[in-house]
Design a protein around this ligand. Structure first.
Ligand code: GLU
Length: 300
C-alpha cells in the first residue's frame, strides 16, 4: 500500500457561519494538500459544546460544499470523541504530566495574561491540591519547556511556554475537554502530517508541540497563514461579528481568499464558475507567495 506522505486537514469550530477568515484557512490548507497530491480531511471542532451548534456545523459543511471544497472521507466530530480524550488524559495523569487544579476563575483573576488572552497559571496547585480543596480542572505541566519549530510561512518560531502560556488546561471545570487536548489527540489519530491554519494559533501550536512530546506522538509540519482582520484590527470571528460569506457568489469569495494569500489571481477569474477558480488555483498555488500578514479582510 502506498504510504501517505501528506495528510492535511481543515478544522473549523462551528460557532457561526463560514466567514472570510475561515475560508482563508480552508483555502490554504486545501491547496497545500492537493498540490502535494495529499489528502485533505475535515474535522468539526465542536468540543466546546456550549459555544457550538450542530446547525452551525451543518451550515458550515454546506457552505464549504457551495465553495467547491471536496474532502476525503467522513468529517470527524469532536463532540463524539470524549472517550478518546478521556483515555489520553488518564495516560497523562498516570505519567505525572497532568495535575488537578482547584483554582476558580476568580482566584486566577490577577494572573498575567498570555498574548492570546489565556490566563497564565501562577502554579498554585502544581505541587498538590491545597488542603480541603477539590479538583476542578486538569492542567498540563509545562515545566521549563522551550518550544522551537520552523514554520513554512512564519519562519523560525520559539516560545518559552512557562512565561508565555503557563500550565494549561486539558479538562475544564465544567467537565469538557479543552481544545488543546482534542486537537493533539485527533491530529495524531488521523495521522495528520501537515497543519495549515491561521497565525492566531501560533501560541497554541507551542502548547500542542509540548503535549505531543508528553504523549510521544509525531509533530506535524506547520504553516501558519496570515490572519484576516476587520477595520478595528480584530481577527474575524463570531465575536467580532464577521459577515457570513455570500453562498451565491462562491467564486468571488475564493478569488478574494487567493488574492489575500498572495496568489495574484487574474482579473476576471471571479466571474468564472467555482470549478474553474479551483482549477486555476491548483495549477498556480505557491506557498512561498503567501504573506505573513495580518491583513484587512477584503470582502464585506
Ligand atoms: N478550530 C480552530 C478554529 O476554528 C482551528 C484549530 C486548528 O486548525 O487546529 O480556530
Amino acid at each position: 500500500m502506498l504510504k501517505v506522505t501528506y495528510r492535511g486537514r481543515f478544522a473549523p469550530s462551528p460557532t457561526g457561519p463560514l466567514h472570510f477568515g475561515s475560508l482563508v484557512a480552508a483555502t490554504g490548507s486545501f491547496l497545500e494538500a492537493r498540490t502535494h497530491g495529499g489528502e485533505w480531511l475535515l474535522r468539526i471542532e465542536d468540543v466546546d459544546a456550549p459555544r457550538c451548534s450542530s446547525a452551525a456545523a451543518t451550515a458550515m459543511l454546506s457552505a464549504l460544499e457551495a465553495h467547491g471544497f471536496e474532502w476525503d472521507g467522513h468529517p470527524v466530530w469532536q463532540s463524539r470523541r470524549a472517550d478518546a480524550y478521556a483515555a489520553t488524559l488518564e495516560r497523562l495523569i498516570a505519567a505525572g504530566h497532568v495535575f488537578a487544579c482547584a483554582c476558580t476563575r476568580r482566584e486566577l483573576a490577577d494572573s498575567a495574561i498570555a498574548p492570546d488572552g489565556a490566563a497564565i497559571y501562577p502554579g498554585t496547585c502544581r505541587a498538590g491540591l491545597p488542603p480541603g480543596r477539590a479538583a476542578r480542572a486538569w492542567r498540563l505541566r509545562v515545566g521549563t519547556a522551550r518550544i522551537a519549530f520552523d514554520d513554512a510561512i512564519q519562519g523560525h518560531v520559539e516560545s518559552d511556554l512557562a512565561r508565555e502560556a503557563g500550565d494549561f488546561i486539558l479538562r475544564r471545570a465544567d467537565g469538557l475537554f479543552a481544545y488543546q487536548l482534542a486537537v493533539v489527540v485527533d491530529d495524531a489519530e488521523a495521522g495528520i502530517t501537515h497543519v495549515v491554519r491561521g497565525a492566531d494559533l501560533l501560541l497554541s501550536t507551542a502548547r500542542q508541540i509540548h503535549l505531543q512530546g508528553c504523549l510521544g506522538v509525531a509533530m506535524p509540519a506547520y504553516a501558519h497563514l496570515p490572519v484576516a482582520v476587520n477595520a478595528a484590527g480584530e481577527k474575524l470571528s463570531k465575536q467580532t461579528l464577521a459577515a457570513p460569506l455570500d453562498l451565491l457568489r462562491p467564486a468571488a469569495s475564493v478569488v478574494a481568499a487567493l488574492d489575500f494569500l498572495g496568489q495574484s489571481p487574474p482579473a476576471g477569474l471571479a466571474a468564472a464558475d467555482v470549478a474553474a477558480v479551483w482549477a486555476w488555483a491548483v495549477a498556480n498555488w505557491r506557498l512561498a507567495r503567501v504573506p505573513r500578514g495580518p491583513a484587512p479582510c477584503p470582502v464585506a
